[in-house]
Design a protein around this ligand. Structure first.
Ligand code: GDP
Ligand code: IMO
Ligand code: MG
Length: 432
């Protein structure tokens, strides 16, 4: 039995969904542990694309169990929409296949309204560029000890009281601070009564379920959302999301103790992208940046925004290895680099005569540092059809070896295309 955590090493969208889907083959359970429907995880199976925002990416395998842990925040409309969509595709999602932690918090309609209103009120340069899905305000209520949990849907009396208190406060902010129309209590209450009927059968104790799974020697795969540089504590604050995205939170966000984690796979895109605002030292504003954006199809899976693109950042990768205790790398989108004559990797940053080997916590400094690059040769061949390491062009192999040297972590998986099959599984993390 093994427990493997998948995390993003950069600013999200590294290809976590694809790798989770691939590794689900070897798992019995797939568990989301943080974030909400700000995530957009894309899988392609036999040419068919699926995008999941809240349901774990393991759901396409009918014999696997999917868990949404206590650390996740849930917009019921989005979750029920995904369940319905899967049902229509002939993949029924039953409580036997999906459990939602009763401790997970609910994203309420006023959370997304507040998220959008507060972003709109921020001056240029101060905007975070959130997904507008209510993530920040929902986690604020959770930490403020007034949030509404999935478990509260089992007692509509409790739900009613909490909604009244929370909505009063949200409406005060909306009308007095943001000059936005207040939301209607009855409308929300009625909507959630219907959500409660549909969601209650799915709610349960995820921690207990996973403990029993572990005792049965089942394999458990934890699916991170966002990426290390978006972590609320360790990322480019305040240009981050509102949860801990790093591997340690797989434990907190699902109710599993730290000694039960066996491996951590860091998903590393072969170059770098970022959606939303904030520092991005290796960002390219030239033709190469445009080429990566186009060839990589770099549009946000949640908001459709164009992703900012740049070279691979070895400083960001080193931060990720340290913060997540990564045991193996999955290098994704290597195929997108085909055709580049030279490829650059940032080895450190410099500013004002000083050198930096980690992302500075001072946000002005993080936005000012310049990358110090090393340059390697690129390769011209398209590699989407390659299925073994030896068949990759020599320069592509060199690039991977260089990444291994820099990060001091071996590459376990190489991804050469979006499809499940377009993958080189060099070392299966479930076979230790
Ligand atoms: P996630 O949020 O980390 O799951 O990543 P996204 O799904 O938001 O973005 C990754 C995008 O790249 C998706 O459109 C994937 O289908 C696609 N993708 C994943 N791996 C590869 C790869 O190796 N090559 C190419 N060309 N596309 C990939
Ligand atoms: P996946 O799981 C990329 C970014 C937003 C914004 C910041 C805060 O698909 O990798 P939020 O709505 O969370 O308050 O926005 O975080 N962001 C992501 N960027 N991939 C994601 O998820 C993201 N989730 C949030 O663009 O900059
Ligand atoms: Mg994504």
């Amino acid at each position: 039995m093994s427990s493997v955590v998948i995390v993003g090493t950069q600013w999200g969208d590294e290809g976590k969904g694809k790798i989770v889907d691939l590794l689900t083959r070897y798992a019995d359970y797939v568990v989301r542990f943080q974030g909400g429907n700000n995530a957009g995880h894309t899988l392609v199976v036999e040419g068919k694309q699926f995008i999941f925002h809240i349901i774990p990416s393991g759901i396409l395998y009918e014999d696997k169990k999917c868990m949404i842990g206590n650390g996740v925040i849930i917009d019921p409309a989005v979750l029920l929409g995904e369940i319905k969509e899967l049902q229509e595709k002939g993949l029924p999602v039953t409580p036997e296949r999906l459990m939602i932690s009763e401790r997970a918090h609910l994203i309420m309609p006023y959370h997304s309204t507040l998220d959008q209103a507060s972003e709109a009120a921020l001056a240029q340069g101060k905007k975070i560029g959130t997904t507008g899905r209510g993530i920040g305000p929902c986690y604020v209520d959770k930490v403020g000890r007034r949030g509404i949990k999935v478990g509260d849907l089992a007692d509509m009396g409790v739900f009613r009281d909490k909604l009244q208190t929370n909505l009063d406060e949200a409406n005060f902010l909306l009308t007095q601070k943001y000059n936005v129309k207040p939301l209607d209590f009855d409308l929300i209450y009625d909507q959630f009564q219907s959500y409660a009927e549909q969601l209650n059968p799915f709610s349960g104790n995820v921690s207990l379920e996973l403990d029993n799974a572990r005792k049965r020697n089942d394999n458990i795969l934890f699916e991170g959302a966002q990426g290390t540089q978006l972590d609320i504590d360790h990322g480019t604050y305040p240009f981050v999301t509102s949860s801990n995205t790093i591997a340690g939170n797989a434990c907190n966000g699902s109710g599993v103790g730290p000694t039960h984690i066996d491996a951590v796979i860091g998903i590393l895109k072969a170059y770098t992208t970022r959606v939303g605002e904030g520092p991005f030292p290796t960002e390219l504003f030239d033709k190469t940046g445009e080429e990566l954006q186009k060839k990589g199809g770099e549009f946000g899976a949640t908001t459709g925004r164009k992703r900012r693109c740049g070279w691979l950042d070895g400083v960001v990768a080193a931060d990720a290895v340290r913060l997540n205790s990564i045991t193996g790398m999955a290098i994704t989108k290597l195929d997108v680099l085909s055709g580049q004559s030279k490829i650059k990797i940032a080895r450190e940053y410099q500013f004002d005569g000083k050198k930096y080997q980690a992302m500075p916590s001072n946000i002005q400094l993080a936005g000012s540092v310049q990358p110090v690059y090393e340059e390697v040769d690129g390769w011209q061949e398209e590699i989407g059809d390659v299925r073994s390491f030896e068949d990759l062009p020599a320069k592509a192999r060199d690039y991977i070896k260089r990444i291994e040297d820099i990060t001091e972590v071996e590459a376990s998986i190489i991804s050469v295309g979006p499809d499940r099959e377009e993958t080189l599984l060099l070392k299966n993390p479930f076979e230790n």
